[in-house]
Design a protein around this ligand. Structure first.
Ligand code: ZN
Length: 467
């Protein structure tokens, strides 16, 4: 069975054949660094990290380019509100993103270019577009440069829209100097007090769409394999990227993969909703590896509607796998990863990265492994353990890997668990006799020892407090 993906552009599942044999080039739209990430942002990172790991397992050398948008209206607005430089805001939030990716075990990209470091490449691309009659400097000398959407017959093909049905791009305050309101800004002319760079058409700063075309081409070539990003980027961002690159004569992306969004109560994550789901807060609710499991387990194209309950269920599912491997290694010693993953697991991932089906294979083998443990069948335990480890490794979730081992810290965690259970029984008894002061005192004592207790529908659970 061959590797295949759902291609947004073709609107169907297509076999993956790379441009160059043995190599897969992947461009991922990264963060606009105006705020620290919530789990909706990091979901994309986790989904594409699983893709990258699977491509590597399948023998491809993966070149992953994930950009950082370090200049943008929102960054400028945050900086103005705080009275600091735009680059302070960008730097601070880029670090928060990097740390969040690291904490969740996402491998670093091969290259992580920043928009402001690629102004010459953007100027060159605008030059090519102007020369070919697909772009023009604004008629009002504002310094804006626009893409002429009517000059590109395929405009709308990626997002499956007809140009007549589109509204104006709405990317400038007024439609200053545009030939058509749907024309979008490649470059935004300088405004007083804002950062700007010199171009042949006046001073200004990069438009968001232009930078991705310029950076993907610079690092991956004029044609590359896969372009990824969140589903909310299909229009206008990716539509505009295609238009710019193809109109300039480049082949651009051969496959378009989009991850589904993370919602809360059915609503798209807004800043106010997102604040409660910032990564440092989330990794106090569950361990980072459990959060990764939660984000990775659903199909990458599905919507995840966030709930604490589902998060804790995912953590419990992960703990079942971890518990088996921990007990197995206590019984048989070191468990070597199998060289290959089981066939049904591989078939699930080959088929548009079906992580949920792949995990069904993992859990099936964990159940078999627990039976083998109960029967004292050591060889079988070691064999099943090795296969479970191999599968979890491909997902970046192997509990016994260097990245995640220690979080479980087998023996010690069990000891703390029983001590905390005793304390929680006392707290429960205090609550029952309505001595809330005593109950709170027990919780506070645990907290000062670094153990945070949270009441959940499934009873209280505890975590070591980080930070
Ligand atoms: Zn982009």
């Amino acid at each position: 069975m061959s590797l295949r993906f759902y291609d947004t552009s073709a609107r169907e599942v297509r076999d993956f054949t790379p441009l160059r044999e043995g190599c897969a080039s992947l461009y991922l739209c990264g963060a606009t660094v105006q705020a620290p990430p919530h789990i909706g942002h990091i979901r994309s990172g986790v989904n594409f990290d699983v893709l990258r790991r699977w491509l590597e397992y399948r023998g491809y050398r993966v070149i992953l380019c994930r950009n950082v948008t370090d200049i943008d209206d929102k960054i400028i607005n945050v900086a103005a509100a705080e009275g600091v430089e735009w680059w302070e805001v960008a730097e601070r939030n880029q670090r928060a993103f990097t740390s969040a990716y690291d904490v969740l075990g996402c491998l670093p990209p091969t290259v992580e270019p920043r928009a402001t470091g690629h102004v010459p490449e953007m100027i060159e691309l605008m030059r090519r577009l102007i020369d070919r009659g697909h772009a023009y400097p604004a008629a009002d000398d504002s310094g804006d440069v626009y893409f002429d959407v009517r000059s590109f017959p395929d405009y709308g093909a990626l997002s499956n829209q007809r140009i007549e049905q589109m509204r104006g791009a709405g990317d400038t305050d007024d439609e200053r100097g545009k030939r058509d309101p749907r024309d979008f800004a490649l470059w935004k002319g300088a405004r007083p007090g804002e950062p700007s760079w010199d171009t042949p058409w006046g001073r200004g700063r990069p438009g968001w769409h232009l930078e991705c075309s310029a950076m993907s081409t610079k690092y991956l070539g004029s044609t590359f394999d896969i372009h990824g990003g969140g589903l909310d980027l299909v229009f206008p961002h990716h539509e505009n990227e295609v238009a710019q690159s193809k109109a300039a004569g480049d082949g651009f992306a051969r496959y378009w993969l989009h991850n589904g969004l993370l919602t809360m109560g059915g609503e798209k994550m807004s800043k106010s909703l997102g604040n409660s789901l910032l990564i440092p807060y989330m990794v106090r609710k569950v361990r980072p590896v459990e959060l990764r499991y939660y984000l990775a387990q659903a199909h990458y194209r599905s919507v995840i509607d966030y709930s604490d309950e589902a998060l804790y269920e995912a953590a419990a599912a992960y703990q079942r796998i971890e518990g088996f491997l921990t007990r197995a290694s206590e019984v048989v010693g070191t468990i070597e990863r199998a060289a290959e993953v089981p066939e049904p697991f591989a078939a699930a991932l080959d088929d548009d990265l079906g992580v949920s089906q792949a995990l069904a294979t993992v859990h099936g083998l964990v159940r078999e492994g627990n039976t083998a443990l109960a029967e004292g069948a050591k060889e079988r335990v070691a064999e099943l353990g090795g296969r479970v480890r191999a599968m979890m490794d491909v997902l970046g979730l192997d509990p016994l890997s260097e990245t995640w081992a220690g979080g479980a810290d087998s023996g010690l965690r069990d000891v703390v668990d029983s001590l905390v259970a005793v304390a929680l029984e006392q707290r429960q008894a205090a609550r029952q006799r309505k001595d809330y002061a005593a109950a709170d005192a027990i919780r506070d004592q645990l907290l000062s020892a670094g153990i945070a207790v949270e009441d959940t529908p499934r009873g209280p659970r505890w975590e070591l407090r980080r930070g």
